[in-house]
Design a protein around this ligand. Structure first.
Ligand SMILES: [Zn+2]
Length: 116
């Protein structure tokens, strides 16, 4: 499953940014045009987080809607597929949003683990 590798990367990024602190919440932005199945990422998250500082963190997924801009007249429009034509001049739209996948924010435990 494609999403397993993606989720592994999300967990790795979160763990690295946490610098050894326990992660409580991870907010991930997934574009509607990215082809990534948010439910599959949600499903893989606990499996990938197990045994890391991200274990038992809450995953929040924000869907980023698709957006395109006309190459000819610069008109912007919502896109539900990576392809579309401008409503004004029928030129093809270029995708300008909705293809992203990124760790947007995260919350870590503010009390450092004092064990040695
Ligand atoms: Zn146009």
């Amino acid at each position: 499953m494609h999403e397993l590798g993606i989720t592994r990367s999300i967990v790795a990024i979160a763990a690295e940014s946490a610098g050894g602190l326990r992660v409580k919440r991870v907010i991930v932005a997934i574009g509607e045009l990215s082809g990534i199945d948010a439910d599959a990422v949600r499903f893989c998250f606990d499996i990938c987080a197990k045994g890391t500082v991200v274990e038992s963190a809450k995953l929040e997924i924000e869907r980023v809607p698709g957006r395109g801009r006309c190459a000819a007249c610069e008109l912007e429009a919502a896109l539900t597929t990576p392809y579309g034509a401008c409503a004004a001049c029928n030129a093809p739209l270029r995708v300008i949003g909705g293809e992203e996948l990124k760790v947007k924010a995260m919350e870590v435990d503010d009390v450092r683990d004092m064990r040695v």
